[in-house]
Ligand binder design. Structure first.
Ligand SMILES: [Zn+2]
Length: 102
């Protein structure tokens, strides 16, 4: 899902198409960044299931650098909790809340 993403040229809602459906802007690069972000988050989820929260957190942070999302912040919060880093977990949780209300 890429809910909330918009074409940087005309602000039309952007689906996964390589071109904007309204202005035909080339969105292939955005597509590549977005799929890389999803791949990083999927790997972060795998690391969590393996009980490796530090590795999961690194991947979640890389994903957030591409584009901050609710799911990324939630993943980071869980990873921080597993690391018993409660202050950082709270911070990530608040980021997830903030991203959700945008
Ligand atoms: Zn457009």
């Amino acid at each position: 899902m890429s809910a909330g993403l918009r074409c940087p040229v005309c602000r039309a809602e952007w689906t996964d198409a390589p071109q904007c459906r309204r202005c035909r802007a080339d969105l292939a690069l955005l597509n590549a960044v977005e799929s890389e972000r999803r791949r990083l988050l999927a790997r972060a989820g795998e690391r969590l299931r393996e009980g490796r929260p530090a590795a999961a957190l690194t991947l979640a942070e890389q994903a957030a650098a591409l584009r901050p999302t609710v799911e990324g912040s939630q993943l980071a919060a869980v990873a921080q909790l597993l690391k018993r880093n409660f202050a950082a977990a709270w911070h990530s949780y608040q980021q997830a809340q903030g991203a959700a209300s945008r």
